[in-house]
Design a protein around this ligand. Structure first.
Ligand SMILES: [Fe+2]
Ligand SMILES: [Fe+2]
Length: 291
């Protein structure tokens, strides 16, 4: 993984992108069911997860006293809302093709709304719960900025993922790199305590991993194009996907996990704003949205 210290920031704005999924094959990653559902596992977490990000950051807006932070947070909210609806459009298509994503999406919805939603708190407890959730968003954004940098540089994706899906992923990941500093800086602005940040990471990272793995297993179990003997996740399929560069390696994920524990952590260490902006200038969907 390349760590590039590129602290350049750009004004954040949502791009009005869309994709027509007509004719998309069920196994859009090189005809490979496991690699496809690995991607779909994240696809299923994003729409609801990003609604959660938008909700928390909208509630944090009145607490912000720095104009630059406020502007970034408003740009962040616009981008995450568009990410959410774009991934939902792919999920809607897959559901129409017979992949029953809705039962799992219901679980994800319950998770974010019941567990991480508003509670009947008032006063200081209400504020503390909001800060806790800002810390959780910042922790999850550490993961998305890591994935953004990884995905923009994943040469294994170049000729294996169906071009429209690849553009959806890379457009999203480029915007993750573009706004990677926002959640961390909002957290630093509102609270910034190391232990709260680390506690949020110890909560967010395993939860994300469990939900993602459960999602992959669920999709393998309901995939209408898979024979029953192909529904298990086999270690050799996972290893082959790592080796082909279709997903991050365990060593890279472990390094990413440890990185967030550094007291001197800053998200600018992950990824390059200029690389993200260059991708967005060439993305078919972002270009179409600009005209
Ligand atoms: Fe996003
Ligand atoms: Fe993000």
């Amino acid at each position: 993984m390349t760590l590039i210290n590129d602290t350049d920031k750009v004004a954040l704005s949502a791009r009005n992108v869309s994709w027509d999924w007509t004719g998309l094959p069920m196994h859009y990653v090189d005809g490979n069911p496991f690699a496809t559902h690995y991607c779909n596992g994240m696809n299923m977490l994003l729409p609801e997860g990003e609604v959660f990000f938008v909700d928390v950051f909208s509630k944090a807006l009145p607490l912000i006293v720095d104009e630059a932070v406020r502007e970034d947070v408003i740009g962040f909210i616009g981008q995450e809302a568009t990410h959410s609806s774009s991934h939902q459009s792919l999920l809607d298509h897959l559901q129409q093709q017979g992949l029953r994503v809705e039962p799992y999406l219901d679980q994800v919805r319950w998770f974010f709304r019941q567990l991480f939603g508003d509670r009947n708190f008032t006063g200081r407890r209400k504020q503390a719960w909001l800060l806790e959730r800002v810390a959780i968003v910042a922790a999850l954004e550490h993961f998305t900025s890591y994935l953004g940098n990884w995905g923009l540089n994943a040469r294994g994706w170049d000729h294996t993922i169906e071009p429209r899906v690849l553009d959806l992923f890379r457009w999203h990941l480029a915007e993750e790199v573009e706004h990677r500093h926002v959640a961390y800086e909002l957290y630093t602005h509102l609270d910034g305590r190391y232990w709260r940040r680390v506690r949020a990471w110890f909560l967010a990272a395993p939860t994300l991993a469990i939900l993602w793995i459960r999602g992959i297993r669920y999709l393998m179990s309901v995939d209408p194009e898979l024979a029953d003997h192909d529904r298990r996740i086999r270690f050799r399929d996972v290893r082959s996907a790592w080796r082909r560069g279709l997903m991050p390696s365990p060593a890279s994920l472990a390094a990413m996990f440890v990185e967030y524990l550094r007291p001197s952590y800053h998200p600018s260490r992950y990824g390059s704003t200029s690389q993200a902006v260059a991708y967005l200038a060439s993305s078919p969907a972002a270009r179409a949205a600009a005209h």
